[in-house]
Design a protein around this ligand. Sequence first.
Ligand code: CJB
Length: 794
Amino acid sequence: MQEAPVHLPSENLSDAILQQLKYGLGKDAAHATRTDWRLALSLAIRDRIVDPWFASTRTTYAKQGKRVYYLSMEFLIGRLLEDAAVNLGLMDEVTAFFDERGLDAKAVIADEPDAALGNGGLGRLAACFLESMSSLGCPAHGYGIRYEHGLFRQSFDDGRQVEAPEDWLSEPHAWEFERAEVEYRIGFGGHVAEENGQTRWYPGEAVLARAYDTPVIGWKGAWANTLRLWSARPEQIFDLSRFNAGDYYGAAHQEALARTISRVLYPDDTTDEGKRLRLKQEYFFTAASLHDILRRFDSEYDDLSLLPEKVAIQLNDTHPAIAGPELIRILHDERGLSFEQAVEIARGCLAYTNHTLLPEALERWSVGLMAHLLPRHMQIIERMDALHAEAHPDRHVRLIDHGDVHMGPLAFTTAHRVNGVSALHSELMKDTVFAELNRLHPGRIVNQTNGVTPRRWMLSANPRLSALITEAIGDGWVGDLEQLQQLEPLAEDAGFVEAFAKAKRANKADLAAYLGKEGTGVDPDAMFDVQIKRIHEYKRQHLNILQTIALWQEMKDDPKGDWVPTLKIFGGKAAPGYFFAKDIIRLINKVAEVVNRDPDTRHLLRVAYPANYNVSLAERLIPAAEVSQQISTAGKEASGTGNMKFALNGALTIGTLDGANVEIRELVGAENFFLFGMTAEEVVARRQVEGHAWQAISADPRLARALEAIRHGTFGHGFGGIVDNVSGPDYFLVSSDFTDYWRASRELDAAYRDPKAWTRKAILNVARSGWFSSDRTIRGYMADIWDAKALSVD
Ligand code: CJB
C-alpha cells in the first residue's frame, strides 16, 4: 500500500506521527532519537492546527471582523507542544502512542526547548493573552521579535549567578512557518526633507524585517490566531568587493550589524551602544508590524477613516510606544491626511497598558538619540508636545522634558485608552505618574486586572487536581473557569478533602524527587513554601531569607520544639547588571548551604534554590506549592500573575496588600489569606520617619539577631551591602515589615498543623479563583478597550 504524502496528514494521529518522522524528518522509527519523536509529534499536531487556522482567517475576512493586534517586545511562551495537544484534545492519544513504543510521553514533551522570549510577568501575560484570544475567538495577531537568544540561562557558581546565552533555535523549531515573502524595509537615521509642501524622511540605513508565523490554537481547537515574530536581515547579504579583496570581516560587517537587532532579548542598556540597540529593536518590530497591519487593512478597505473601526492596536508597555509617531507619520507624510486627522485616527486605534510605576522602569530616550535614529519621529513628537502645551497652557505635562522623550506620557497622549493591570495599580496610576494626564483626560485610564490561562496553569500543569475537579463538577471549568465555584460545598466533603490532599501530596512527591535530582534532599511531608519571580528589591526575597534565618536560629535554640517542618523554595533570575539582586541570590544560596547541612535542624528546615527558573520549572513548582509568598512592598507590584497561579492550584498566600493580592484576598476570603505589612499609604508615610529601619531593628530582637549573623559571616562574607541597606535607607521597608511578617508566618505554621482545616482553605482558594482566568481579562479588553467581537467558524 502506498503511504499518504506528508502534506495530507493522516486522520489517525499515530499514522500522522510516523509519516512525519519518515517524510518530514527522514528518520526511521528504529533509529529515532527523543528529539526526532518530539519533532515528528509536533509536526503532526501542527498539521492539525492548519485547517482551523485557515478557517479562522477566512471567517475574519468574510465577517469583516475588527482585528486586534497585540504588540509586545516579549512573549514568554515556554513550550508549545503540550498546549497544542491539550487544546486539541489529543493528550490521551499522544500518551498511548508513546506507551505502545515503551517511550515516556512526558519526557518527549519535555524535550522541547523552553522559548524564553521574555523576562517575566509582562512577557508571560502576553503569552496567556494569545492563548485566551484564540480560545475566545477574538481575531488577533501577536507581534514581536524572533530573538535568536532568549533570556539567559542561569547557573550558580559558589552561590553566584552565572549567565550563559540561551540557544533555543539551535534545534529545528517545529511550530513556525517562515514567510520569506513577507518582508519590510525598516529605516534608521538619515534626514528629513520638505518637498512640494510634503515632508519626507530619507533613512540613512535600513534592515529587512522578515515574518515568522506561529499558529496559536485555542481551547477545543475551534479558533487559531497568529503570533508573527520579526527577524532582522541585512539588505545586502555581504559586500562582495570587500570579500574579493580579502577583507572577510569587513565584508560581513553590515550583515552582523543588521542581525544584531533580533539577536538577543533585552540587551544591556547601561551603555550608550546598548541603549541605541534597544531603541532600534523597538522601532524595528513596531514599524514592521504597522506596515503589515496597514497592508492587511488596504487589502480590504480603501477609506483610512475606517481604521479605528477595524483595527485595535494594544501596546504592551511603552516598548512599542513609537507606534504613535510612526502611524501618524505614515498617515500624514505618506498617505496625505492632515496632521490632526492622522493624530485622531492613530489615537482611535491605539491603546496602552502600563505595567509598572517604578520610576527607573519608565522609559525615556534622549532627544539626541531619538533625533539621530528617528529624525522624523522626533519632529512629530515635538509637534505633539507643542499641541498638547497649546491645548493645556496651564498644565505642565510634557512629552519632552530635561532633554528626554518620556515614553509614558507619549503613549498616554497617543492612545484612547490606558490601562493598569490590577485595581490598586490603576488607582495608583491616577494618583501618581499619570495624575496630571488623568485630570486632563478623565475616563481614559481603565483597569483590566491580569489573568492566567487555565489550560496551561491548571489542566496541563496539574493533571491530578484537574482530574479531581472534572470528576466532581464536569469539564466545563476549563473554558469557563468561574464554574470552579461549584467546588465550594465540597470543602466540607470529607471524601473530597481527602482526595484533594492526596493530589497535593503526590505533586509534592514529584517535586521532591525532581529537587532530589538537583541535590537537595527533601521531605515531601514538609510544608512547601515557594517564592518564584524575578529577583528584585521591591519583591523582597531578602525579607523572606531574613525570616528564614531568624526561624533557623529559633529552631536551633529549641530543636525539640513544636516546629512545622518547612521547605523554603526560591526561584528566579536577576538582571545581569543588578548587583544588589545578585547579592540576594548569593545570600539565599549560602543560607541554603549552611541550613541544609545543619544536623540540629535539617529535619525541620531546608532551603532549595533550583537554578534557571523558567516557565517549565514554574509548571512543576506551582502545583506542589502549599504557601505562596507575595511579599512586595505595597504599591510596587503592579499586579503579579504568579500569585493567581498559586491560588488557583490551592496554595495559601502570605502577602501584602499589593497588586492583585488585594483582589485575591477579597475573592478567596480574608480568613483564607495570610495578610501582613503596611498598606501603600502607610509605606509612603513610614518613609518619612527618621531612622525607620533602626527603630524596627531595635524593637525586634529576632531581626537584629538575623542581621547580626549575616554581618558576622555565618553565611560567608560580602553581604555588608544588604545589611547596611536594610539597616539604613531601607527604601523597600524590609525591616519595618519584618515583625508583622514573622507574625503572619507563624500563623501560617499554626494553620498548617491542622491538615483538614488547611485543605479546606486550599479548596476555597481554588473554588474562588475562577475570576483570575485570562479569558475574563481578554473579555474586559474586548469590551472596554478594543470594541472587538468574538467570531466563530461556521
Ligand atoms: N512587569 O514583567 C514586568 N516587566 C516590566 O518591565 C514591568 C512590569 C510585570 O508585569 C506583570 C504583568 O502585568 C505584572 O503582573 C507585574 O506586577 C509587573 O512587575
